[in-house]
Design a protein around this ligand. Structure first.
Ligand SMILES: [Zn+2]
Length: 86
């Protein structure tokens, strides 16, 4: 099959044509009690298998990873009682 996978950066929208990309997603940091859980960001090197995971963000480099982190941190500050999405 002549199928070429293509990815775009979730921050700047550039197409993936080079190596050195990153994957990020929001996970859950469990609290001592269920109501104390809170969102957590995970970041890892590009890996094609994980690039297909639900909710994963594709990032073209450190700059866009930083932008995504910055936006997420702002949201967390705006809603400091936010819990994990279910
Ligand atoms: Zn980007």
């Amino acid at each position: 099959m002549a199928y070429t996978e293509s990815y775009t950066c979730d921050v700047c929208g550039t197409n993936k044509e080079s190596e050195g990309w990153w994957l990020a997603w929001v996970d859950c940091f469990p609290g001592q009690r269920p109501e104390q859980d809170q969102p957590l960001i995970k970041l890892t090197r590009w890996q094609t298998y994980h690039a297909h995971s639900d909710g994963v963000k594709h990032l073209c480099g450190a700059r866009c990873a930083g932008t995504m982190m910055d936006r997420w941190m702002t949201e967390q500050h705006e809603d400091p009682d936010a819990h994990c999405a279910t």
